[in-house]
Design a protein around this ligand. Structure first.
Ligand SMILES: NC(=O)c1ccc[n+]([C@@H]2O[C@H](COP(=O)([O-])OP(=O)(O)OC[C@H]3O[C@@H](n4cnc5c(N)ncnc54)[C@H](OP(=O)(O)O)[C@@H]3O)[C@@H](O)[C@H]2O)c1
Length: 304
């Protein structure tokens, strides 16, 4: 249960560490703390503007913990560019160059997983996917995948005859369970990696300037349903965050919780010493409210 095998045969650790909203000059210490606490999977992105710090944290922890690069699983993501936001869309060539730049910042020879961060521009998605396929062939990305892609977006890749992604990193938690998309991913040997697992907590991105567009709405709705996670946390003698992370693990989704707090970093990693019983899993199954808050995907079958 502590790793999942991707369609490439690579093992992805089910416990990962997220680094969104951790500044480049702060992230090295946080990442090395996480690795010391037992995390072996680190999630960053070109868009987080912290790959240099993440790389420094990895080097510090490899040295202090006596680990080898092969014992870590590192993910980064292509920022595809979005013409609707005035950014040029990346081509196959600039996609390949982007991973080389990420590797330079990270100080690594390869990443374990490279993802297209989002399916922005219809005209360029295939060109970008061709870039990822090329990077995989050259060993610069051991596995390749996508993030925030709907069924329609993945069907578009399938129709091209190119190799399929092996991961789709999406917002998944009790309030956004995306059953249709998850079924499709499982049927197509694509591993769902869950992000923003902790959305139902009142502390989720509560720091100044970190809220998403729908945080207030979800939090207002959440007031009513904070109860069940508290009750379960007390029942198992763990925190509410551990309940949320454990739910994902039992559904088969690797998780990538982010925290800059050393105590939370440690307790969020303790998700293999207990399990939620069938009754609690069934209670959570009924909490789905549809779309997430960090990213609105809309109709999972629609290509936009
Ligand atoms: N592919 C994508 O488009 C995408 C989108 C969003 C996120 N992600 C990835 O997924 C990772 C995780 O998602 P996320 O950062 O949105 O949210 P998250 O990990 O679900 O939650 C992080 C928030 O919860 C708080 N928190 C963490 N542990 C806690 C605990 N034990 N008790 C109470 N509060 C706790 C954190 O504050 P403190 O730091 O103060 O503890 C922070 O505000 C990101 O860092 C990123 O790597 C990917």
């Amino acid at each position: 249960m502590n790793t999942r095998t991707l369609a490439t045969g690579a093992e992805i650790p089910c416990l990962g560490f997220g680094t969104y909203l951790i500044a480049d000059d702060e992230v090295a210490g946080v990442v090395s703390e996480a690795i010391r606490a037992g995390y072996r999977h680190i999630d960053t992105a070109e868009a987080y503007q912290n790959e240099s710090g993440v790389g420094a944290g990895i080097r510090q922890a490899l040295a202090s913990e006596g680990l080898t690069r092969g014992e870590l699983f590192v993910t980064t993501k292509l920022w595809p560019g979005n013409p609707a936001w005035g950014q040029p869309a990346k081509t196959t060539e600039t996609t390949v160059a982007s991973l080389h730049e990420s590797l330079e910042r990270l100080g690594l020879d390869y990443v374990d997983l490279y993802l297209i961060h989002a399916p922005f521009d219809p005209g360029d998605r295939l060109a970008q996917w061709r870039g990822l396929v090329e990077l995989h062939r050259h060993g610069k990305a051991r596995s390749i995948g996508v993030s925030n892609f709907s069924i329609g977006h993945i069907e578009e890749l399938k129709a091209s005859g190119l190799p399929m992604p092996v991961v789709n990193e999406i917002e998944l938690h009790p309030w956004s369970q995306k059953p249709e998309l998850v079924r499709y991913l499982n049927d197509n040997a694509i591993t769902p990696v869950a992000y923003s697992s902790l959305v139902p907590l009142s502390t989720w991105r509560s720091a100044e300037g970190q809220a998403s567009a729908k945080t207030d709405q979800m939090r207002a709705e959440g007031e009513r349903s904070e109860g069940p996670f508290k009750v379960m946390a007390t029942k198992y003698g763990v925190s509410e965050a551990q309940v949320l992370l454990r739910w994902a693990i039992q559904k088969g989704y690797p998780v990538i919780p982010k925290s800059t707090n050393p105590d939370r970093i440690r307790t969020n990693a303790d998700i293999f010493s207990f399990s939620l019983d069938d009754e609690d899993m069934a209670t959570i199954e009924k909490m789905d409210r549809g779309d997430g808050v960090a990213w609105e995907m809309g109709d999972p079958t629609k290509v936009v």
